[in-house]
Design a protein around this ligand. Structure first.
Ligand code: GTP
Ligand code: MG
Length: 196
């Protein structure tokens, strides 16, 4: 897809602050530092639209971006990093719950996991949570540039086996550095919008 415009709209901590555009949304969820904000920049072909950081816990609010004036990307705060302040961790669950349970515009959640590691307990919980709300999702195993081909294949297979409720084609590798997986992700995003 050709991106002609990608624009920050608003950061929200509660439903009152969500934009009311009535446009379909894709949200990006995953552990702090897994690469959510970097993925958004990569697939939009932007360098710094979304702030990224080597420090976990960079994104602490629900951040909305309007793309080509026709759909919305939502960068969600990450979970599960011990270094993230306790005050933030306490706010995370109610903030996410409100968003996931109430957001009618939500067409797809892209859940990121780290291709180098086994999924964490919180990754499983996040996935169950999405399933329980019947929110369509795909799992993107990111940072694939850090692995050699064979390790990449082995780990991807393991991750596919770890999420049996999701069809294998909905779990794929990605890299914000090389763009691996970018076209497939766009395909999934398009499909999700047509379903809404
Ligand atoms: P929070 O906002 O803290 O939840 O983190 P996040 O998931 O948004 O992660 P972010 O995009 O800020 O990236 C965290 C770190 O990982 C940064 O140092 C990125 O440069 C790095 N990173 C992200 N994606 C990739 C990738 O695909 N490959 C490599 N090599 N590094 C990556
Ligand atoms: Mg972030």
């Amino acid at each position: 897809m050709k991106i002609t415009e990608a624009k920050y709209i608003v950061s929200a901590v509660a439903e009152d602050n969500y934009p009311r555009l009535g446009l379909p949304e894709v949200a990006f969820a995953g552990r702090s530092n897994v690469g959510k904000s970097s993925l958004i920049n990569q697939i939009l072909g932007e360098k710094n639209l979304v702030k990224t950081s080597a420090q976990p816990g960079k994104t602490q609010t629900i951040n909305f971006f309007l793309i080509n004036k026709i759909f919305v990307f939502v960068d969600l705060p990450g979970y599960g990093y011990a270094k993230v302040p306790e005050s933030m961790r306490k706010k995370w669950q109610p903030m996410m719950d409100e968003y996931l349970s109430s957001r009618k515009e939500l067409a797809l959640v892209v859940q990121l996991v780290d291709l180098r590691h086994d999924p964490t307990e919180l990754d499983y919980l996040m996935h169950q949570w999405l399933d329980s709300y019947q929110i369509p999702s795909v799992i993107v195993a990111t940072k694939s540039d850090k692995l050699k081909f064979q390790a990449k294949m082995t780990n991807l297979k393991k991750i596919k086996n770890s999420f049996p409720s999701l069809a294998g084609e909905n779990i794929f590798s990605f890299s914000a550095k090389t763009g691996d997986g970018k076209q497939l992700l766009w395909k999934k995003i398009h499909e999700a919008f047509h379903l809404l």
